[in-house]
Design a protein. Structure first.
Length: 438
């Protein structure tokens, strides 16, 4: 155990460390796992924790949750970093845990950034996990399906931790101001608008939110016994001329609307400007990439099928390299969307089909296109008369696939824009063939 010095005080620790939750009730967020009656909470409270992996973005409480588990189960807790440890260190820790097991002591081994271990290092854990010498808790920001080898992953339960919501972060910041472990012993004046701005800037990361708040308070204007945090100070602490969104988030939605409508209006210059406004204000690039991906199908669709490929590639690039490098990938996607031919035919098709689906929920699937995996189903004429299109020369049949009540209903009306003109011509050929062969 690391020994502190005489000169260290609790106040010298970063705010995030001072406010680290010690119990599940103090833990912020992850209600889908830790709410009353939820699976992970029940495992922890019942002291039935097994090896597991916490997968989620930075600052959502992966390490904190592991420490709470260790305290709750009264197990030995070993904090292990994949960045600084090799196979030699792993084996030393494993032997130590093996000895403790013989005396009836549990050992929880927490491995931060487990995705940084190579296959040989991960394999070193396997025998000790299998015989119960350790309870392995790994933390990763990367998809464990790709970053943790299959043998180890199969012995662990994966729990997905989500980025904290703005309201959860605001609650955490308020607690930091009133809690004696935070700034509860001094009078701090900061508006709800600024707390929300800090929460938005943190992008779901509690550590980032608390660090920004701490910097703003330590550099606040001191008047008597009161510290006042101003808008200018928050902007300086985030190193941005940040757009301080209001409580309703109106400016946030105004900006994404401006980006969307500029792309729809085929104005790449305006689109890039609004993109820069959002990114430089601290907006999550992943959020923007998701909206651009939606745009690719909603406003372009089959007029240029490449639009969807490019938007998804931009999303993946944002995920892989993050800010500020991913700005150029988003710019590429936004400019492509702006100059691509436009069609909302897919969007309109789904909305029309949705209306029918919601008002005709009980329409039966025609027998001819039902699956018939059992003898009884075949006897009930499931699949009877089914025509396999690939067996025909034209790769077409006149088989009815809509329910009788919707026979002849049309939803997709392709435009003449871009590549969709070819789809339109093909669809007209199909309809003419079916009409002539009905």
């Amino acid at each position: 155990m690391e020994q502190g010095t005489l000169f260290e005080t609790v106040e010298s620790e970063p705010l995030a460390a001072r406010l680290r939750p010690k119990t599940l009730d103090e833990f912020c967020g992850q209600k889908h796992l830790l709410g009353e009656g939820k699976v992970l909470r029940r495992l922890i409270e019942g002291d039935k924790v097994g090896s597991m992996i916490f997968w989620g973005p930075p600052g959502v409480g992966k390490t904190t949750l592991a420490r709470i588990i260790a305290h709750r189960t009264k197990a030995n807790f070993i904090d292990f970093s994949a960045v600084t440890s090799g196979i030699k260190e792993i084996k030393q820790v494993m032997e130590q845990a093996d000895k403790a097991r013989r005396f009836g002591e549990k050992t929880i081994l927490f491995v931060d950034e487990i995705h940084r271990f190579n296959k040989a290092q991960q394999d070193a854990f396997l025998p000790y996990v299998e015989k119960g010498s350790i309870i392995l808790i790994g933390a990763t920001t990367e998809n464990p399906s790709f970053e943790v080898n299959g043998a180890l992953l199969s012995r662990c339960k994966v729990f997905v931790l989500q980025a904290l919501k703005t309201e959860e972060l605001v609650g955490l910041l308020r607690r930091a101001i009133t809690d004696e472990r935070g700034f509860g012993r001094q009078k701090v004046e900061i508006s709800d608008e600024l707390l929300e701005a800090i929460a938005n800037f943190a992008n779901g990361d509690a550590r980032s939110a608390l660090s920004t708040l701490e910097m703003a308070i330590l550099n606040g204007e001191v008047t008597g016994d009161k510290t006042v945090v101003t808008k200018e100070m928050v902007e300086q602490c985030t190193l941005k001329k940040s757009l301080l969104y209001d409580k309703s988030g109106e400016e946030h939605y105004n900006l994404i609307s401006a980006l969307h409508k500029s792309m729809r209006n085929s104005d790449p210059d305006a689109a890039v400007y609004w993109l820069a406004r959002m990114l430089e204000a601290g907006e999550d690039p992943i959020y923007i990439a998701r909206r651009v991906t939606r745009f690719a199908s909603e406003d372009i669709g089959l007029a240029d099928p490449r639009a969807l490929e490019i938007s998804v590639a931009a999303y993946q690039a944002c995920h892989l390299i993050g800010m500020p490098e991913c700005t150029v990938h988003l710019t590429e996607a936004v400019v492509y969307m702006s100059i691509a031919p436009k069609s909302n035919a897919l969007y309109m098709a789904y909305n029309m089909a949705k209306r029918d689906a919601l008002t005709m929920l009980s329409e039966p699937v025609p027998l001819v296109i039902r699956n018939a995996p059992t003898k009884l189903m075949k006897e009930l004429d499931y699949g009877k008369g089914y025509q396999y299109a690939h067996d025909t020369e034209e790769k077409l049949t006149n088989m009815q696939c809509l329910p009788d009540s919707l026979k002849g209903r049309e939803y997709y009306f392709p435009t003449d824009e871009g590549v969709e003109a070819r789809f339109k011509a093909r669809l007209e050929e199909i309809k003419m063939w079916k009409k002539n062969n009905s």
